[in-house]
Design a protein around this ligand. Sequence first.
Ligand code: ADP
Length: 249
Amino acid sequence: MSFKNKVALITGSGSGMGEATAILFAKEGANVVIVDWNEEAANKTAEQCKKFGRVLVVKTDVSIDEEVKNAIDKTIKEFGKLDVLVNNAGITREHNLLSGNIMESCDLVLAVNLRSVILMTSIATPHLIKTKGCIVNMSSIFSSMTNLAVRFPVYAVTKAGVDCFTRVSALELAPKGVRVNAVNPGPVYTNILVNAGIDGNFDDYAKATPINRSSDPEEIANLILYLASDKARSITGSTYPIDCGMSLM
Ligand code: ADP
C-alpha cells in the first residue's frame, strides 16, 4: 500500500483520528497536508510527519469558503497535485429538543461537520479527477444508531448527511475515476469528547461494546489508509462501521 509520491490532505489533523491518519500516510510515503484551525496542534502533527517526508501545514477553518480554497490552492502550489482527501475535521455538542438548547450550536455543528465536507469536496474535485484520486469522509455510527444519537441530534444529522453525500458523490464521480467512501467509528477516546464535556463516562460506553473495548485512533487511520489505497480500487460509495461491534446492539 505504498503512498510514495502521493499527496494526501487531511482536515482536522491537529489531533485525534486526523492526527493518527496524517502520521500513517506520512509513514507510508505520502506528502501530507495538515489542515486544522488549531495551528499549534497542526504544527505538532507536522513535526511527527516530517520524520518521514514532506509536509505542508495550512491553518484553515473548514467552515469558511475562502480558507478552504486557500488550503487547496496552497496544496497545488506546493506539491502540484492532490491524490487523497480525508474530510475528518469535526466537533460535537450535546443537546436535545426538550432541553431547549438545540439551536445554540446547530449552525456551527452543521457547518463544521457537514457543509465543510461538501465545500472541500467541491473545491478538490477538479484536482482529484486529474489524479484519479479518492476521498475518505469521517462519519460515525451515530449516523444510524438513533438510541445513541438522541443526546446528539445535530451531530447525528451531520453524520447521516456525510453518509448520504458519500454515496451521491461516489455515484457522480465514479465515471471520472474518483472513489468516495466513509468510515463510521464507534467509541474512540479523542479531544472531541473532552471539548464537548462528555468524556466522563467513556469507559462505561466502551465496555458496553460486544468486544468490550474502544478503538484506538490508529485503528481508524488504518481503515482510512486501506480505503484510499489501490487495494480498495473496487470500493466506492461505502460506509464502514469500525465500532467494536457497537452497531450490532
Ligand atoms: P476526533 O479525532 O474524534 O474528530 P479531535 O477533537 O481530537 O476529535 O479532532 C478533531 C480535529 O478537528 C481537531 O484537531 C480540531 O482542531 C479540528 N477541527 C475542529 N473544527 C475545525 C474547523 N472548523 N476547521 C478546521 N479544523 C477543525
